[in-house]
Design a binder for this molecule. Structure first.
Ligand code: HEM
Length: 238
């Protein structure tokens, strides 16, 4: 940049905006998705058990799960995909502005028209999926999905030029964190009067969509590991 190769000058405002972008796009997104994933898992105990079985069987004997272990956990990856399908963080993506007039099916979209893309509805489309309202990670067992490069019916990270810059990082982080949550702890709903099927009845929405949070989960240290063994992991979730 300093050598002038890129023919653009970067101001301190540009740098600040960029860092702000990363904070805004990179914090709530991951934590909200993880909360949705745990919500679905507590509502579907069989899926939680299968995922725990996978991570505990395949990583048996290890105390720490590392990035390199993730590829051994295909079921957890399916859980993440299914979770993103049912709970896309930006249900309408980022709005687009038409640069030219476009004819699409029987509609004319004039130049400078704003376009919202309803990803939430697309990913629940019965045309593309069986039982689209059901949380069923196994549906991704045989279906190869490339997140918005060719499969435009499945675009939780958006698509085209404005696709999420951090798709790979976000997927790897969610994989690792979910695997750790399931590896280290056994999960139960706290409180006497809450039933798994009744949580998540309301949503709070802005550009990012999240669930209600008037319920709490408690995790029991499954491997009876000492604080020293899991403190690195706990620090992330503090
Ligand atoms: C579960 C995690 C995440 C999801 C579901 C997600 C989803 C999205 C979506 C839907 C868009 C808009 C794409 C479009 O309109 O086509 C987007 C844009 C963006 N995301 Fe993510 N995101 C996640 C995590 C992250 C993280 C961790 C970062 C950064 C560290 C990040 C950085 C960005 C940036 C900078 C953009 C704007 C790209 C542009 O407009 O050119 N995202 N993300």
């Amino acid at each position: 940049m300093r050598s002038g190769e890129m023919h653009l000058s970067l101001t301190i405002e540009n740098v600040k905006d960029f860092i702000l972008d990363l904070f805004l796009a990179g914090t709530d997104t991951l934590s909200t998705t993880l909360v949705w994933a745990m919500t679905e898992l507590i509502r579907h105990r069989n899926v939680m058990q299968n995922a725990q079985l996978e991570v505990r069987k395949d990583l048996n004997g290890k105390i720490r799960i590392e990035e390199g272990d993730i590829h051994k956990l295909p079921y957890i990856y399916q859980v993440i995909k299914e979770n993103l399908r049912l709970h896309p963080l930006s249900p309408l993506l980022v709005p687009r502005l038409c640069c030219e007039t476009v004819e699409l099916v029987s509609y004319t979209m004039p130049v400078e028209n704003w376009v919202e893309i309803n990803v939430w509805a697309m990913m629940r489309g019965p045309k593309y999926l069986e039982d689209p309202e059901i949380f069923l990670p196994k549906r991704f067992e045989k279906k190869a999905i490339d997140f918005g490069l060719a499969n435009f019916e499945f675009i939780p990270f958006g698509g085209g030029r404005r696709i999420c810059l951090s798709k790979s990082f976000a997927l790897a982080s969610m994989d690792l964190w979910l695997a750790q949550l399931l590896f280290y702890f056994d999960w139960e709903l706290l409180g006497e009067r809450i039933y798994p099927k009744r949580i998540m009845t309301s949503l709070c929405a802005s550009i990012v969509i999240g669930g209600n949070s008037d319920w709490r989960l408690g995790g029991l240290n499954h491997h009876r590991l000492g604080f020293e063994d899991i403190k690195g992991f706990l620090r992330i979730f503090h």
